[in-house]
Ligand binder design. Sequence first.
Ligand code: NAD
Length: 260
Amino acid sequence: MLTGKNALITGSTSGIGLGIARALAGQGCSIMLNGLGNPENIAATRHALESEFRVTTCYNGADMTRPEEIASLVAATDETFGGIDILVNCAGIQHTAPVELFPSERWDTIIAINLSSSFHTIHHAVPLMRKSGWGRILNIASVHGLVASAHKAAYVAAKHGLVGLTKVVALETAGSGITSNAICPGWTRTELIEPQIIARAQTLGVDIEAGGRSMLAEKQPSQQFVSLEQLGQLALFLCSPGADQITGTALPIDGGWTAQ
Ligand code: NAD
């Protein structure tokens, strides 16, 4: 149970971040949500979490490209909940293009959101975790933190960097009650990969579902998408006492993608 604990989850207004928020809330954890979205949808998300799981939620719309807003997000979480127990770095975006055509502005934004924002949250949250003598840092990396795919220069570079950051933080916090791990999902059906599914379907001249099956066939031997519930369960395990000695790892949850 996570009753009495709190979690700051960046990029939790949809997809994997929201799935992890639901899993943690299901164990009684208070949640600070963050991410983009319209106010009505975010209010509805908060209401759903609070009524289904009887937990407290807050929302802060800090832009993960802005270090000063990230500092305020961590400070606001500390003020609201009195510390930070669990930090989940999940905010992320994607852009695909061959390296010679990759816009440098997209490179900068992806590095800022998918990598640098995690440095900034960790930088501000670790002192709070050290004060309480317990903390869990879960960086949502990707199979692309471990292996590459064509046309994803910025994404792959950022996710490899995030795995490296995870290891450094694990070494610096070892034995302190804080653990730092990266979760490396394979294809998970969220808004982030929808444009890739649509593009694949158009290239093949097939419907969206067949486009998705084609992407799985290429990379994910199980031929099944990873579910938000499975990612939530892995996050919960990493927050449990059974995972006290798991730190500095990059855990694939990818239907066999990185075994190839
Ligand atoms: P998603 O688009 O549903 O979620 C992305 C989240 O990041 C959203 O809440 C969005 O609002 C937020 N975000 C984007 N830009 C932001 C900004 N500037 N400031 C604050 N928040 C911002 O997609 P998802 O698939 O759930 O992605 C979540 C994470 O999982 C990402 O880091 C992604 O790289 C990673 N991931 C996804 C897959 C997949 O197949 N879907 C696989 C591996 C890793």
